[in-house]
Design a protein around this ligand. Structure first.
Ligand code: NAD
Ligand code: UDX
Length: 553
């Protein structure tokens, strides 16, 4: 296969940015340019304050974008085995798509592919507007022979569609289109990219299709064992991505349906998940019952699978998968109504604290937050205040997400607080919406050091910083302004992010500040229920034992 020298990644988002950084890290001979239309996003990628927070990402970006010294390996006697080498920058972020695309041997399309909200297939089909616009740019500016890679999650058959689009603009010029779906999870993106379970490369089963697949495989082979790189056909690769997400989400909806039975019978859903998960054919992962799945992928990918089945004339298959999303909606609604019922169906004038806003811990991504729907239902009961705290989210991101559900009567009742204590002060109830580490610890116990310091920007004012990535040691000049503030000279961000604290909250202190009767509603199964009850909380959960249930059964 032809060696790859220039890669252009279109879309500097949660997938494009980290993927480009890891490819650049392991392929110093390849120049990786990441393009985005959003100038502000590009400016942040070029600053010490990246637009997304993922553990280890800043280190990799500093090494690849800014260059670093590659430290010598030492033998057993402590002697250097290789001489100190300079690492030349090979990762770039830019808005100049024309120049980057014109140089590229390979283009990775990592733009957003949301669900369509209008017209045919609204609510199910994928909105291809952004993706198609990116393909058009590729068609305009790339050289013949450039390999086009779908990194975005796209409907089955998209590779063929891209080929037709390119043929229309550039007839008789050869382009190969590959499917290379991404399986990273937010919060563990760098780990997932450095050690992927598998890399799927789907191509046309022609000699030139296979050659293109081999070129991409050689990029990954710089750090991924060959046995994990699967070369398959493009349709299977596109569909395999949707199926992986659908099956993961299906497990969550399955266990959540059981949590409802537990609530009616007194069985404990964690005991059931543990027992089922010990069967190696089932396995323990993705069986944590709770409010359900949020995030930008599961809902839309299941919707896309549903639409595919529908359009292939398979309504039973479409119905089967759509139930996974329906159960997810129902569980969230069930939880919000549980809160209202437990509080005597009267929230008027009461303060409800919402702990956790992002769809899961260790991410500041507020898209598809489960909290929005819970808050929407609670606001209908006219509470005095909804007080929100999430250790990883920015206040302005939270308020932007809530904007569609607020009106003149509710807007001034919703506030975001900088810590859990202020959010819970004088509250009647605390509602746990995500599994952030600070909410998890046993109440009353003095904080242990949190293991989840992952999302914190690690820059400090040392002269140089040594890091170890995949067995190599690098040193680089860390940033001098560790906190991104309004006046940050590097990225001119308008966002203010203080230091993210993942210290466990002291539930005794929270209990002290709350109004009687103190309610704690655990939507994620993170609380130590007996300990909370000792602190005077009335606790309710989704399918788990509480004092009142144990007495009843
Ligand atoms: P994102 O919204 O974070 O990033 C997409 C970026 O593309 C945005 O910054 C946008 O400005 C940019 N963009 C759009 N059109 C462009 C154009 N023509 N030229 C240049 N830039 C353009 O999205 P994301 O979360 O990174 O997801 C990207 C794709 O990856 C989606 O298809 C998603 O389903 C898939 N995916 C996401 C995840 C995840 O965890 N977020 C995981 C696996 C797969
Ligand atoms: C998911 C897939 O895991 C990843 O492979 C794919 O590339 C993108 O979509 P992500 O959405 O980032 O990743 O997070 P994930 O860890 O899968 O969690 C999704 C949602 O499910 C979260 O809201 C989480 O809280 C919830 N969840 C997860 C549960 O409710 N129970 C579980 O047992 C696991």
């Amino acid at each position: 296969a032809k060696p790859v020298r220039h890669i252009a990644v279109v879309g500097a988002g949660y997938v494009g940015g980290p993927t480009a950084a890891v490819i650049a890290l392991h392929n110093p001979q390849i120049r990786v340019e990441v393009l985005d239309k959003d100038q502000r996003r590009v400016r942040r990628w070029n600053s010490p304050h990246l637009p997304i927070h993922e553990s280890g990402l800043l280190d990799i970006v500093r090494v690849t974008r800014d260059g670093a010294s590659l430290s010598p390996r030492e033998n057993a006697n402590g002697q250097a085995q290789v001489t100190l080498a300079e690492r030349v920058p090979n990762l770039f972020f830019t808005t100049d798509s024309q120049t980057s695309l014109a140089k590229a041997d390979m283009v990775l399309l990592a733009v957003n592919t949301p669900t369509k909200t209008f017209g045919i297939g609204a609510g199910r089909a994928t909105n291809m507007t952004t993706f198609d616009a990116a393909v058009k740019e590729v068609a305009l500016y790339t050289r013949p022979g450039t390999v086009i890679v779908e990194k975005s999650t796209v409907p089955c058959g998209t590779a063929q569609r891209v080929r037709q689009m390119l043929d229309a603009v550039r007839p008789e010029q050869p382009f190969e289109i590959l499917s290379n779906p991404e399986f990273l999870s937010e919060g563990s993106a760098v780990r997932n990219l450095l050690q992927p379970d598998r890399v799927l490369i789907g191509s046309a089963k022609t000699p030139s299709g296979r050659r293109a697949a081999d070129s991409l495989a050689s990029v990954y082979a710089a750090w991924v064992p060959r046995s994990r790189i699967l070369e398959i056909d493009a349709w299977s690769s596109e569909l395999a991505k949707l199926v992986s997400n659908a099956m993961l989400a299906q497990r969550i909806s399955s266990i959540n349906s059981i949590s409802a039975i537990c609530d009616r019978t007194g069985a404990d859903v964690d005991e059931i998940a543990k027992s089922a998960g010990l069967d190696p054919r089932i396995g323990p992962q993705f069986l944590k019952a709770g409010l359900g799945f949020g995030g930008s992928c599961f809902r839309k990918d299941i919707a896309s699978l549903t639409y595919l089945a529908e359009s292939l004339g398979l309504p039973e298959v479409a119905h089967y998968w759509s139930q996974v999303n329906s159960m997810n909606d129902w569980q969230r609604d069930r939880f919000a109504h549980k809160v209202i019922q437990r509080m005597e169906e009267n929230l008027v004038g009461k303060k409800i604290a919402i702990l956790g806003f992002a769809f899961k811990k260790n991410t500041g991504d507020t898209r598809e937050s489960l909290a929005v729907d819970v808050i929407r239902v609670l606001l209908q009961e006219r509470p005095g205040e909804i007080a929100i705290f999430d250790p990883c989210c920015l206040s302005e991101d939270i308020m932007r997400e809530l904007e569609p559900i607020l009106d003149t009567t509710t807007r001034d009742r919703v506030h975001v607080y900088p810590d859990a204590y202020q959010a819970c002060e004088q509250a009647n109830a605390v509602v746990i919406v995500n599994d952030s580490d600070p909410f998890k610890r046993s109440p009353g116990k003095k904080s242990r050091k949190s293991s989840g310091s992952a999302v914190i920007d690690t820059s400090s004012e040392q002269e140089t910083k040594d890091i170890h990535i995949d067995g190599s040691r690098f040193s680089y000049q860390p940033c001098q302004s560790p906190i991104c503030a309004e006046d940050c000279p590097d990225c001119q961000s308008t966002k203010t992010r203080g230091t993210i604290s993942l210290e466990p909250v002291e539930w005794a202190r929270i209990a002290y500040g709350m109004k009687e009767p103190k309610w704690a509603f655990d939507g994620r199964g993170v609380l130590d229920v007996p300990e909370m009850e000792k602190l005077g909380f009335r606790v309710d959960t989704l399918g788990r034992h509480t004092a009142s249930r144990l007495t009843a059964f």
